[in-house]
Design a protein around this ligand. Structure first.
Ligand SMILES: *[C@@H]1O[C@H](CO)[C@@H](O)[C@H](O)[C@H]1NC(C)=O
Ligand SMILES: *[C@@H]1O[C@H](CO)[C@@H](O)[C@H](O)[C@H]1NC(C)=O
Ligand SMILES: *[C@@H]1O[C@H](CO)[C@@H](O)[C@H](O)[C@H]1NC(C)=O
Ligand SMILES: *[C@@H]1O[C@H](CO)[C@@H](O)[C@H](O)[C@H]1NC(C)=O
Ligand SMILES: *[C@@H]1O[C@H](CO)[C@@H](O)[C@H](O)[C@H]1NC(C)=O
Ligand SMILES: *[C@@H]1O[C@H](CO)[C@@H](O)[C@H](O)[C@H]1NC(C)=O
Length: 375
């Protein structure tokens, strides 16, 4: 009887301790001298802590234990704290919806991260992660996953189970191949695979029908799968800094493209299918091997920015009269001998690059009305 009574008292005390975890108490334990910039804590109407931000501390010897006892936490931000391990007891924070642990020194994640079933936002960029545990595929509610600037060499195939995922950032890692299951991420809107030494891309990438932005910048690609042409909702496609010498015809289906980066590749021709891109506002093909600027460019009325700089262009075959939206035209670093005088009639053209060409005469009057001309 006495024993039972004691237990009740004890559990009451421990409940009171848990329930009275205040923002100040936590602050005194973890960073008593933190400024408001480095410590932010929010409670709900009942006084329970729901959001905690701690920045710029030295947690290289471990994240303070008290944090794992705040079981009411929904949002946890722990940026720039020199954290090198995330302990298993992270699972105590069952209500966690947002975990932002960017800019630390994590080399691995505990497999228990997969138990945080409420997690919607997981930001792990700027760490030293070499792998993701396959349990990451259990985070069925995940909406956003950022793992840029790590040293991942692969992605677990279970990632394909994250069917609610809308943003996946894997920029600047060491990934050579991607699992086929990536094609199961049917709600993905943004996929950033830039700056990885990709050997080949799975054709299943063409199943990502909701994709709006795809970045494959600086991926050492010699070719891109024709299936990308199936991504008809794509608005931004970035293929900058690869070694592409051709773009598949199927890309002509990407009629919703607004921005197309093809700069710093090995293209000898501007792909003709872009003439059908009625929404294209920015076309960048600088630093390729173009020898002429074709006629059909003059028919892409929606263009605002056209960069054809750093090629070997001798002749401009397109007319300017329909390019009424053009604001910037870069023809610098080419082999032009005659000035594109017609460009002077474009009311919206504010910037024109003509520097480093082969003109032998001074800038004609017809181009002097443009706000900024580089010759
Ligand atoms: C805090 O949360 C716990 C568990 O969800 C709940 O029992 C308690 O009433 C809440 N409020 C306070 C002030 O502790
Ligand atoms: C995590 O989830 C796995 C699989 O669902 C389960 O077996 C394990 O007990 C869970 N671990 C914890 C600490 O909750
Ligand atoms: C999750 O992914 C793995 C690996 O791709 C697969 O074997 C498993 O069946 C998937 N689980 C669920 C529940 O979809
Ligand atoms: C996931 O992707 C794999 C490989 O493409 C495929 O075999 C599997 O059927 C897909 N699963 C679902 C649930 O779509
Ligand atoms: C996707 O693209 C490939 C190659 O371009 C094509 O053969 C296939 O029919 C397309 N699939 C769908 C579902 O559109
Ligand atoms: C390129 O043009 C700039 C001025 O526009 C000039 O200073 C420079 O010498 C030129 N370089 C070459 C290699 O022609």
């Amino acid at each position: 009887m006495k024993m039972k009574f004691l237990l009740i008292i004890l559990s009451y005390i421990s409940f009171t301790i848990a329930a009275t975890l205040t923002c100040n108490k936590v602050k005194n334990k973890v960073c008593s001298s933190c400024t408001d910039k480095n410590y932010e804590c929010k409670t709900d109407e009942k006084g329970n802590i729901t959001s905690l931000l701690i920045k710029n501390q030295d947690f290289s010897n471990g994240i303070p234990d008290i944090i794992f006892s705040i079981t009411t936490l929904k949002d946890l931000y722990l940026n720039k704290n020199s954290i090198n391990t995330l302990p298993k007891k992270i699972v105590n924070l069952k209500k966690l919806r947002r975990l932002d642990i960017r800019s630390n020194k994590l080399t691995a994640l505990p497999k228990e991260i997969g138990n945080l079933s409420k997690l919607k936002y997981l930001k792990l960029s700027n760490n030293k992660l070499s792998a993701l545990p396959s349990t990451i595929g259990n985070l069925k509610s995940l909406f956003l996953l950022y793992v840029s600037n790590n040293v991942l060499t692969s992605v677990p195939s279970s990632i394909g189970n994250l069917t609610d995922l809308e943003e996946l950032l894997l920029r600047t890692n060491q990934i050579q191949t991607y699992p086929k299951t990536i094609g199961n991420l049917s709600n993905l809107r943004i996929l950033d695979l830039a700056r990885n030494p990709i050997k080949s891309l799975p054709v299943q990438i063409g199943k990502l029908k909701n994709l709006k932005e795809l970045s494959l910048t600086d991926d050492h690609l010699k070719s891109v799968p024709a299936e990308i042409g199936n991504l008809t909702n794509l608005e931004i496609l970035d293929l900058e800094s690869n070694v592409l010498s051709f773009i598949p015809e199927e890309f002509g289906n990407l009629k919703n493209l607004k921005v197309l980066w093809l700069d710093m590749n090995q293209l000898e021709y501007v792909p003709e299918f872009i003439v059908n891109f009625n929404n294209l506002e920015r076309l960048d093909i600088h630093a390729n091997k173009l020898t002429f600027a074709p006629e059909f460019i003059g028919r892409i009325k929606s263009l605002k920015i056209l960069d054809l700089g750093q090629n070997q262009i001798r002749n401009i075959h397109f007319k300017f009269d329909r390019l009424v939206n053009l604001e910037l035209l870069d023809l610098g670093w080419n082999y032009l001998e005659t000035y594109p005088e017609e460009a002077g009639k474009l009311k919206n053209l504010k910037t024109l690059f003509l520097n480093n060409n082969s003109f032998t005469t001074p800038l004609p009057d017809s181009l002097k009305g443009i706000e900024t001309v580089y010759v």
